[in-house]
Design a protein around this ligand. Structure first.
Ligand SMILES: C[S@@+](CC[C@H](N)C(=O)[O-])C[C@H]1O[C@@H](n2cnc3c(N)ncnc32)[C@H](O)[C@@H]1O
Length: 214
């Protein structure tokens, strides 16, 4: 038997919380199979629950990342690209936290044993944790705010060379209103005309991303 689709009747009544089962998740993702077969394809789930869609997208992307397992550097870089392209918004904090944990655990469980002794392993896992904390947001996708009333902001993590990532941030409201039928960020390497938030970040080595939190 799969994971229960309902936690309590109250949560269904209050928040419409009915989780999608694995078979439907897979059938729906198969409709966008090509996107799921790109490590860098961007996905945003605006009512992500505990991550039933995001975990399956991640699983598919990790199959591609596994092709790089002979080289620790290449594996870790592609892992960062895969995880950093997944975004979620969820109203309930317990679901948002469960989603982050599921995605993190999936990354850890699939990390090749042969690479766990590499210099990169500990740093990349801290970076993954940092990215998930930013990308899986607890907030209201209808009014674009977090519980404390501040605007939901998304971060784009873009490699500008072999090792360095440039972070840009975008207001969810602006992204959603301007691109209701568009990708969150350019999936096709074309420029998208979404106004940037004015916060500037210096490029940083991908294994050091987590130091922004320190
Ligand atoms: C029908 S469930 C689907 C969850 C998940 N996408 C899945 O398919 O398993 C809807 C989810 O949206 C959340 N939710 C309800 N209103 C929301 C809002 N305004 N903004 C963000 N999330 C919301 C609920 O807490 C619930 O987890």
């Amino acid at each position: 038997m799969g994971k229960p689709q309902v936690k309590t009747k109250k949560r269904v009544a209050d928040h419409g919380e009915v989780f999608t089962n694995e078979r439907e998740v897979n059938a729906m993702l198969d409709l966008v199979k090509n996107q799921c077969q790109r490590i860098d394809a961007t996905f945003l789930e605006p009512a992500c629950g505990d991550g039933n869609f995001l975990i399956e997208i991640l699983r598919r992307k990790l199959e591609l990342v596994a092709n790089h397992k002979r080289n620790s550097y290449s594996y870790c870089k592609n892992l960062v690209i895969a995880v950093s392209s997944l975004y979620g918004v969820e109203l309930l904090e317990d679901n948002a936290q469960a989603c982050r944990e599921r995605l993190y655990n999936k990354v850890e469980q699939t990390f090749p044993k042969s690479l766990k002794t590499s210099n990169e392993y500990l740093e990349v896992m801290k970076t993954i944790q940092f990215i998930l904390d930013k990308n899986i947001v607890c907030g209201n996708a209808l009014d674009y705010t977090k519980a404390n009333g501040t605007a939901i902001v998304f971060y784009e993590w873009k490699f500008i060379n072999e090792t360095d990532v440039k972070i840009r941030c975008f207001d969810f409201e602006v992204v959603a209103e301007q691109g209701k039928q568009m990708s969150l960020f350019s999936d096709t390497n074309k420029e998208v005309s979404i106004p940037e938030h004015n916060q500037e970040f210096k490029p940083i080595h991908y294994l050091k991303l987590y130091t922004y939190a320190e």
